[in-house]
Design a protein around this ligand. Structure first.
Ligand code: ATP
Ligand code: MG
Length: 421
């Protein structure tokens, strides 16, 4: 039972009790034959006055008690919040709009390895650097905090004590936008584990390439000497070759992904004739397109378009998009590939009339190893690495990628690359 309903019941009982006592008292006084009427009236008045005073006193007590509770709870939450801020395991910093540090809680002092006096001589923006600046985003982390935007868990490097740590930065404007509350979550350990995993996959993929190449080479020799061997033997060798080629593609995808992640993808920028490039890429898909009786509409400008870029990365981008369009479009569907000169760059468009991407899956499409839910109902092979690699490659070339898709209708990807990356 809550405190207020208990005191309500208590007040009701008290009033009931007073009523009974009053009835008994009045009855007793008025039956006393020895008392004069005036004495009886005076004693009733005195009784009423005493009860009224008592009731008043009781009410005043209740109000005082209520006031105390309100004040005490107000004080309690203030202390609670300040204790939470000060002793939270999450590092909190208060800064002004220009990033000047005004205060840090105990965890922030531990994270930065500084005392308050030293911490407040720093500017937040000179201590942190955003890990990956998204080219598609108009403002970077510093500008967003300055502008008073809510920032949620942006990965950044924190430079303290002559070294650096990895943190997730969140920011909230407060004090009528004059100050910012910054939270820093230390993810240095997770980052180290992630890097170790990436390095392991990179090493494993690299080491697997040599034996796979040897298998492919020997299969080639074997096919040459099979000559008039029975058809089923030739078919077995062919099966082995196709599976090995698939494995080779997978290993190369892993290698590309890890190289892009670790920033060790050696880019070689040079002039690339996009007309010839596109013709070669489309040629490599001819057999697959014909195999599914797909209708290809290619729109390549008649005049030569040259882009200074890394041809290997460009190949990863365009071939992955076309490969997806072919893979996720049922037989006799349509595929459109276009190259256009736009503003200060070029745009590659790949569209199809395929299975599309369910709305729920769309936000995750560029995540590593992600495959949309409808790939289970219309079975297709894939690892979910292609678009992840494409996104990394596009960003490395300073471009942007966007897509629109409707489940059961089709998908369109547009990659824009600037002339100057
Ligand atoms: P792989 O690594 O071999 O390319 P994948 O094709 O499954 O495997 P991604 O290319 O990364 O992986 O694509 C991720 C997911 O996005 C796919 O599994 C598919 O669900 C969806 N997707 C990509 N392109 C299309 C498309 N054109 N139409 C429909 N779904 C698509
Ligand atoms: Mg793919």
């Amino acid at each position: 039972m809550s405190g207020s309903s208990a005191s309500y019941i208590f007040a009701l009982l008290l009033i009931g009790f007073l009523l009974i006592v009053s009835v008994l008292f009045f009855g007793y006084v008025f039956t006393l034959a020895s008392w004069a009427v005036s004495t009886k009236i005076i004693s009733v008045l005195v009784y009423v006055a005493v009860v009224a005073l008592g009731f008043n006193w009781f009410q005043a007590g209740q109000i005082a008690n209520l006031k105390y509770q309100v004040t005490a709870s107000g004080k309690g939450s203030e202390t609670l919040f300040s204790d939470l801020y000060q002793n939270s395991p999450v590092a909190y910093l208060r800064t002004d709009a220009t990033g000047r540090i005004l205060h840090g809680n105990a965890a922030a002092l531990r994270l930065c390895g500084m005392q308050t006096e030293q911490l407040v001589t720093n500017n937040l923006f000179s201590l942190i650097r955003e890990a990956e600046v998204d080219a598609a985003r108009a403002l970077n982390l510093e500008q967003r905090i300055y502008a008073g935007q809510f920032v949620n868990e942006v990965e950044a490097e924190l430079f303290v004590g002559g070294g650096s740590r990895w943190v997730l930065v969140s920011a909230f404007p407060y004090e009528h936008n004059r100050e910012r509350l910054i939270t820093l979550i230390d993810i240095t350990e997770q980052k180290a584990v992630d890097i170790a995993k990436t390095e392991f996959v990179s090493l494993a993929s690299h080491q697997l390439r040599t034996p796979i190449s040897a298998i492919l080479w020997n299969l080639e020799l074997l096919t040459n000497v099979l000559g008039n061997a029975p058809a089923d033997q030739i078919a077995y060798v062919d099966k082995v070759r196709r599976s090995t080629e698939k494995m080779n593609g997978l290993v190369n995808d892993f290698l590309d992904a890890t190289k892009l992640e670790m920033g060790t993808f050696a880019t070689k920028t040079g002039p690339v004739s996009l007309n010839t490039f596109m013709a070669h890429v489309l040629e490599s898909f001819e057999a697959q397109i014909a195999g599914k009786s797909l209708e290809l509409q290619a729109h390549i400008p008649a005049t030569e378009v040259v882009l200074a870029t890394d041809e290997a990365l460009l190949h990863i981008i365009v071939s992955n998009l076309i490969s997806n369009a072919v893979k996720y479009t049922p037989e006799r569907g349509q595929i459109g590939v276009a190259l256009d000169v736009v503003g200060n760059g070029v745009a590659f468009t790949v569209r199809d009339t395929g299975i599309g991407v369910p709305a729920n899956d769309q936000p995750h499409l560029f995540s590593k190893l992600y495959r949309a839910s409808n790939t289970k109902t219309s079975p297709t092979e894939g690892t979910g690495l292609g678009l992840y690699v494409v996104k990394q490659a596009v960003e490395l070339l300073g471009g942007t990628i966007a897509f629109a898709s409707t489940e059961g209708v089709g998908t369109e990807f547009v990659v824009t690359l600037p002339y100057q990356s």
